[in-house]
Ligand binder design. Sequence first.
Ligand SMILES: [Zn+2]
Length: 330
Amino acid sequence: MSRLLPWHASQWRELLQRKVANRLPHALLCSGPAGLGKRLFVEYFAQALLCTAPAQEGSPCGVCRNCRLFLAGNHPDYFKVEPSEEGKPIKVDQVRELVAFLGYTSQLGGYKIALLTPAERMNLNAANSLLKTLEEPPGDSLLVLLSTTPARLPATIRSRCQQLRFQLPPFETALAWLQPRVSGDPALLLGLSGGAPLQAQAYADPAWLAHRQTLFETYCAVVAGQADPVRAAEVWSKPDAAANLRCLIGWQMDMIRLKMMRDPPRLLNPDLRAALHRLAGRWPLPLLFQRLDAFIRLHALCVTQVNRPLLLEALLGDCADGQADLDPRG
Ligand SMILES: [Zn+2]
């Protein structure tokens, strides 16, 4: 059975046509929002490329020696580079290993395929050490870079890769896929994930929903002056500050919608409609936009490195009311 996700059909066709015409690029940059399954797509395509008996539509057979090795995570002609730990950069030594791998002769006589993800986590030295391979790629090799923020890659890297873009599927397509896979409200989960189906599936975890509730309660307490922002920032830094900030960005966007329209048809957080409406009533629209900008900028920073002081600064800044006549000694 095909493991191809329904919203990846056009990208699959594009790569397959190139393969059939012997025009596969040596370096491919797959970009698009998180939670779409880009990595699953790339792994499936890599398996198909190594498979010795692919089906007519290009799917891997799943039973040949190459497929079995690939599925067991042991294929000698497939190499993967990712940060050693969540939030850490991809280092130059890791990229050098990848470059060496692509330079060797293929073990099983087919393609050599390397995946590097997330590509924007490469530090400058790592990116530089990849340039020569991108300029003079070894034969029968494919290097795939995955990125949610390709603009953060050096232009020298971007310009040497063929780009393959992934987009959010139509809401109905995502809903139809998600419905049989979750026990919660699929439309709510899709809203929370910004329409990214795999992210929505992950959000169906009751532990995550409880965590989001804690974040919301902490946020409301800070707004009302009932919580210490430093303590609140501790809560907000764990376990993944960037993911937490995406919640905050979603609430902020909903507040703006609720401020601009009497009854907006679709919110990212329909379950919090009443509470967000009350919050939106506390502030003027320009301030809501200003904060949205600040949260988005902070999120961009957190994607590459979790920077607790900045997170603290943003949350504390959010509480400042501009009145200077405050004496901390009483
Ligand atoms: Zn196979």
